[in-house]
Design a protein around this ligand. Structure first.
Ligand code: MSP
Length: 640
């Protein structure tokens, strides 16, 4: 290997949400790479952690009525615990509230300033809190909504420090072009090139509208400014190695790969290398952007109640089976769908039939014919062709893993298993034994054992514990030394004896987890946290909202809640609307008031009266208030 140090990172996760399958996916890919790097004896540093500053987190904690640090501690611990339960082999779990990170970010700010890349100016723009990003007006959807997440943006005007991103446009383009594998998959690199060619604006990198962030270094004497959360967050990749504090681990830099989801590629592929150029540090070798997970073909959201909880899945189906599934199921960069059926198929077919069963066949044959003994010394005499094919497959694997082609890696890794299973069917050891060809049968068993040994070594990074069990059954241990001898030097397994054992992948007949219905509790959390599923602007305008005037109002005698209203919404006759507002509005209160009407609802019957619309209002613990207009508007005026 040309590269002896391997620094592998995940994004640091926002603490406004609990871990879900998307987070688990990134982390598991990174863990796989880190384990592989260690197995081939590279000096490896694997970083993950949590991103805890910014307005989004401040708001989330306020909504839950907790001090922000306490709230961040709580959610950060959930991530860390889950990764511990998942045996994620991180070397550091960084938090952006760690004091060495804070110092490192301040140091970076100072260096970038000294290098002439930071200046002060005024900023006015449309800001999306959810994405913690400013967007130019031209990119907004419907003049107001965030082009990335669909939520409304707000206009923010503030004094700000800026980073001279525009200055780096040409150097960035040169970097992408000179390094075809800088951004993976390559299609994403082309997208980034096109974007950067379109021109880069300088980037606002401080905020004064809230407090929850890293302050500028003291020398700046700017107590109102906090550092933009993305500058803060991206720096974690170097502060984790001690940048600006104890730099002992900085020799791990540059990163071998930053694993991220496609939604945060621009930050990583444009801002991050530009910041690094300004800091005069080398650029990462690869930035790998994976796709998005959906569930049974649908986007996951709390309101639909279909968010996949990785812990539940791992508990039900086995952590390592889940790891295998996620990596095998989706080409890196593409979107993937989680369904229990697909997971069960992978377990029963790839793992059970192809891998587990092969080990069983070996145990069965060696037990029956040789009292459990397996020797590998005669393989070359009878099965050289098969062995060559196996070795040719294995030799293709390593480049795939660091190019993040994990699904291809696993697909190719299954070829040796097919070769082994086919050899058994073809040579029929049960017939050979009857013909007295004991050497041939022993050599065949040796071939199967060798294939299982090679596969378990190459699969180890994906399924660490399972492969150790397989290795144990074959009388060897998985470690960098055996990797060297068995994979690199094509060494033979020492003779060993098999023993009967429970199947590794018991067949799963039916789905083990109930598909959840949306839970009330989850809906409440959603409303509370304002964590609304984005909809398109077109979807929003499917609701026809109009201004109307209440031209007549009567009580419905038998009802405590309902008033019968006639509302003029500019049509040839007023609409009759039955409104549940009697507890808060009398007939006199409501008469001649202008109201907001949902005008395209299907008519309904309430207490025998037809209702042809609905009024908008808001209710909290102090009661109900109709939404009205600030200045009179013509009846029928659309509300936008
Ligand atoms: N805090 C930033 C990252 C800063 S890195 C310097 C952030 N955090 S996040 O928690 O919102 O997202 C973290 C990762 O989870 C992203 O890589 C994102 O792509 C991934 N996923 C979130 N939902 C996902 C799916 N449904 N499917 C796959 N991955 C998704 O962004």
């Amino acid at each position: 290997m040309s590269c002896h140090k391997s620094y592998i990172t995940t994004p640091i996760y926002y603490v406004n949400d609990v871990p879900h399958i998307g987070h688990a996916y990134t982390t598991i890919i990174a863990d796989t790479l880190a384990r592989y790097a260690r197995l081939i004896n590279q000096d490896t540093f694997f970083l993950t952690g949590t991103d805890e500053h910014g307005q989004k987190i401040e708001e989330a904690s306020r909504k839950r009525g907790k001090p922000t640090q306490e709230y961040a501690d709580e959610i950060s611990a959930k991530f860390r615990n889950l990764w511990d339960q998942f045996d994620i082999s991180y070397d550091r779990f960084i938090r952006t509230t760690d004091s060495d990170h804070i110092k490192g970010v301040q140091k970076a700010f100072t260096v970038m300033y000294q290098n002439g890349d930071i200046y002060k100016d005024k900023y006015r723009g449309h800001y999306c809190i959810s994405c913690e990003t400013f967007f130019p007006e031209t990119q907004l959807v419907g003049g107001e909504f965030c082009p990335d997440c669909g939520k409304p943006t707000s206009i923010v005007e503030e004094e700000s420090y800026f980073f001279r991103l525009s200055k780096y446009q040409d150097r960035l383009l040169k970097w992408y072009r000179d390094n075809p594998n800088s951004i993976l998959p390559k299609s994403k690199r082309n997208e980034i090139i096109r974007f950067v060619e379109g021109g880069l604006n300088d980037l606002s990198i401080t905020r004064t509208s809230f407090d929850w962030g890293i302050k500028l270094p003291k020398e700046f004497n700017e107590p109102k400014h906090v550092i933009y959360v993305w500058l803060d967050a991206l720096m974690n990749y170097i502060t984790a190695l001690g940048y600006g504090t104890d730099e002992a681990n900085m020799d791990f830099w540059p990163a071998r790969v930053h694993l991220i989801g496609k939604d945060i590629l621009r930050f990583h592929a444009i801002y991050w290398p530009a910041f690094l150029m300004s800091l005069e540090l080398p650029l990462p070798k690869h930035i790998g952007a994976h796709g998005w997970w959906t569930r049974n073909g649908e986007k996951m959201s709390k309101s639909k109640g279909n968010v996949v909880n990785p812990k539940e899945v791992a508990d039900a189906y086995g952590l390592e089976n889940f790891r295998y599934f996620m990596l095998r199921e989706v080409p890196f960069g593409g979107d993937g769908d989680f369904s229990q059926r697909a997971l069960i198929d992978r377990i029963n077919s790839d793992l059970g039939n192809d891998l587990g069963n092969l080990l069983n066949r070996l145990i069965g044959m060696s037990g029956k014919y040789f009292n459990g003994l397996v020797e590998s010394n005669l393989i070359d005499k009878f099965y050289q062709k098969e062995l060559d094919e196996v070795n040719s497959s294995i030799s293709k694997l390593e480049p795939m893993i660091f190019e993040l082609q994990l699904h291809k890696y696993l697909e190719e890794l299954w070829r040796p298993l097919t070769i082994a299973n086919r050899a058994i069917d073809r040579y029929q050891p049960w017939s050979m034994i009857k013909e007295g060809k004991r050497d041939e049968v022993m050599a065949l068993n040796g071939l199967i054992a060798t294939i299982l040994a090679k596969v378990s070594l190459m699969l180890h990074a994906v399924m660490p514990k399972t492969t150790k069990i397989i290795a144990n059954a074959l009388g060897f241990e998985i470690n960098p030394k055996t990797f060297q001898t068995i994979i690199r030097e094509d060494g033979k397994l020492a003779p060993f004896r098999t023993q009967r054992r429970e199947p590794l992948f018991p067949r799963i007949e039916k789905e083990l987890l109930e598909e959840k219905k949306p839970e009330i509790e989850e809906r409440e959390v959603k409303e509370e946290s304002n964590n609304i599923t984005p909809i398109s602007i077109d979807k929003f305008f499917e609701t026809s909202l109009k201004i109307g005037t209440v031209v007549d109002a009567k009580e419905i005698k038998k009802s405590k809640k309902l008033l019968l209203l006639q509302v003029d919404i500019g049509e040839d006759r007023p609409r009759q609307i039955v409104a549940g507002i009697k507890e808060w509005y009398s007939v006199e209160d409501i008469l001649n008031r202008q109201v907001c009407v949902v005008s395209n609802l299907k008519p309904a019957k309430l207490m025998g009266f037809k209702s042809e619309g609905m009024l908008l209002g808001a209710k909290d613990s102090s009661g109900f208030s109709l939404i009205t207009v600030e200045k009179p508007k013509a009846n029928g005026t659309p509300i936008r």
